[in-house]
Design a binder for this molecule. Structure first.
Ligand SMILES: Cc1cc2nc3c(=O)[nH]c(=O)nc-3n(C[C@H](O)[C@H](O)[C@H](O)COP(=O)(O)OP(=O)(O)OC[C@H]3O[C@@H](n4cnc5c(N)ncnc54)[C@H](O)[C@@H]3O)c2cc1C
Length: 475
């Protein structure tokens, strides 16, 4: 008979949702078991997602900044790349951070189990340890934070030349010709990395624009940059077939602008979305239900249709982002500890870490218009920002979406260098119900890009210092 562990809370999956939840449970005095197949917590975000991509994008930004320096008279030589060294350093960042999470798990007295868990019934988990042994966990509550995986392109094709985000972040070589399928944020971030490291990158996207769902005016500055660094971008284009060859992949493309439908690429990166990891958890042995796409159904407290099981993060749908998963996890810990709370954010920020970056929070203009909300759009061009111009990055834009009648701030969008570092202020403003006056009257340090948020609020009120508006005469 396998060993049985009794606990108040068992958390399946130690990504940002799972470890965020387990840490908060422990902080609230709950006896907690955290289970993941990896040696340390981290999940997709640390091992194969946010962290390795951002380390690679940092390297890529250093290279493009050096190239861009030519426009103000500084000339560097072409960089020499040591791919093994780059891979080792990126791995080093991942190991540092996941090792740190391992230590925090121990310090909090969380019982960490390296293994794969599935339900035998609503309160019992079967865990297969990595060494082949088996455990049983009896938990009052279980939190599922099993994450997601890359969606496949058609039937699985077994070829080392077809990559997904899991394999692409572990850079082995720089392919001469790379095809990226999918113009979402993962395709654009990884496409940017490979293009700056030297690949000739072709990108195809099925819809009529990159980053579907993001406001077009925010995407435009990025499009201009991508046109310079990518070999070709094909919109409204379908990839009909991928056929592995002795060397490379034969690709069949279909689209109005495609002049050469049959092309050979050295490697193909498939980034066509992500699927929830809800199968293989033994959910049929519980009362948990999933929707037609496999996402676990949850209420506003993230409780599933089985009262003692919660689900958070990517597996529970919504915005598939690390910080959203963590906040859900922390909410669930509070719910289990008896607090009457729910996951009800006013705004969740999202960032595309390309160059320029795009960041937004709250409602986008597109979403507000689709909901027929009367809105007013106010924009501040970065060509009027001292800080942006000192960085030679005047192409950016800060945009505020307010309710046309009440002037309530509904959303913010920012495109430009370091936009991701700016969106926190906008998110805080929406979360706290700040008015445009609150932002305009807050003294922002000069010269910073944050001033563009203040100037946008000021522009709505006719009080922006660096935008001219004809004075209104007093009668
Ligand atoms: C290339 C890429 C870049 C990204 N960049 C960003 C970014 O910049 N910012 C951002 O916010 N988000 C980013 N994301 C998304 C982010 O990684 C996810 O939203 C986040 O990791 C979700 O957290 P999670 O806890 O739901 O699941 P995950 O992080 O996926 O963790 C789930 C964990 O559960 C484990 N698991 C699954 N099933 C079992 C089982 N049966 N038993 C035991 N363990 C199990 C898995 O091994 C995994 O470790 C990126 C994703 C990718 C792929």
């Amino acid at each position: 008979m396998p060993e049985v562990i009794q606990t108040q809370v068992a958390v399946i999956g130690a990504g940002p949702g799972g470890y965020g939840c387990a840490f908060m449970c422990a902080d609230l005095g709950l006896q907690t078991v955290l289970i993941d197949v990896e040696k340390n917590p981290g999940g997709t975000c640390l091992y194969r997602g946010c962290i390795p991509t951002k380390a690679l994008l940092h390297i890529s930004h250093v290279i493009s900044n050096a190239l861009e320096a030519e426009k103000f008279g500084v000339h560097f030589q072409k960089p020499k790349l040591d791919i093994d060294e780059i891979r080792k350093n990126v791995r080093g960042v991942v190991e540092h951070l996941t090792g740190g999470l391992g230590q925090l798990t121990k310090l909090r007295n969380i019982h960490y189990i390296q293994g794969r868990a599935s339900f035998l019934d609503s309160n019992t988990l079967e865990v297969f340890l990595m060494d082949g042994r088996e455990l049983r966990i009896n938990a009052e509550y279980t939190v599922i934070s099993a994450g997601s995986r890359p969606a496949l392109f058609g039937q699985p094709i077994d070829s080392p030349d077809i990559m997904n985000s899991n394999t692409a972040v572990n850079i082995e070589e720089i392919p001469e010709r790379l095809l990226v399928i999918g113009g979402g944020y993962i395709g654009l971030e990884l496409g940017t990395v490979y293009a700056t490291l030297g690949s000739e990158v072709t990108l195809v996207e099925l819809t009529d624009g990159l980053l579907p769902g993001v406001d077009r005016d925010l995407v435009r500055p990025l499009e201009k940059h991508l046109e310079k660094i990518l070999h070709q971008i094909h919109l409204k284009t379908l990839v009909k077939q991928l056929k592995p060859q002795k060397k490379g992949i034969a690709v069949e493309l279909e689209g109005a602008e495609i002049k050469k439908p049959q092309q050979i690429f050295d490697k193909v990166l498939v980034s066509v979305g992500r699927k929830p990891n809800s199968s293989g958890l033994g959910l049929k042995n519980t009362n948990v239900s999933v929707d037609e796409k496999g996402f676990i159904r949850v209420d506003e407290q993230r409780r599933t249709t089985d009262p003692c099981i919660f689900a958070i993060g990517d597996v529970a749908g919504g915005m598939m982002l690390a910080h959203k998963a963590t906040h859900e996890g922390r909410t669930v810990a509070e719910v289990i500890s008896g607090k009457n709370v729910a996951f009800e954010p006013q705004a969740i920020p999202a960032i595309v870490f390309t160059d320029p970056e795009i960041a937004w929070c709250g409602l986008t203009e597109e979403q507000a218009r689709a909901k027929n909300i009367p809105i007013q759009i106010t924009k501040f061009p970065w060509s009027a920002s001292g800080r942006a111009m000192t960085m030679f990055r005047g192409e950016g834009i800060t945009k505020m979406i307010t309710h046309a009648e009440t002037k309530q701030i509904l959303g913010f969008g920012i495109a430009g260098a370091n936009a991701g570092e700016l969106i926190g202020e906008a998110t805080l403003a929406i979360e706290m119900g700040a008015t445009p006056e609150d932002i305009d009257l807050t003294i922002h340090p000069h010269p910073t890009l944050n001033e563009t948020i203040m100037e946008t609020a000021g522009a709505l009120l006719g009080r922006s210092t660096h935008l001219y508006r004809k004075p209104q005469r007093k009668e």
